[in-house]
Design a protein around this ligand. Structure first.
Ligand SMILES: [Zn+2]
Length: 81
């Protein structure tokens, strides 16, 4: 999982899978190249390039029935790329 760095305060944070998917949906609708994400620390609107979102998007896994049954949980921060 890739992180997003706030350009204002330098805070690093990561987007949840839900956020990434929603962001890509939004970009596809508006045909924009950046998605604005609010920094959790200073509320600055951080622009995330579409390419970064594409990399953060989870790979489609067809045989994981348990993944869809899991409740929304925070993304693991130590996932290797
Ligand atoms: Zn910030």
């Amino acid at each position: 999982m890739r992180g997003v760095r706030c350009q204002r305060c330098g805070h690093m944070f990561s987007l949840s899978v839900d956020q990434v998917v929603a962001a890509l949906d939004r970009l596809a609708e508006k045909s924009e190249s950046h998605y604005g994400v609010e920094c959790p620390r200073c509320r600055h609107l951080v622009k995330v390039p579409r390419g970064d979102l594409e990399r953060m998007r989870p790979r489609p896994v067809e045989s994981s029935a348990e993944a869809t049954a899991m409740p929304t949980s925070p993304a693991p921060s130590e996932t290797p790329e």
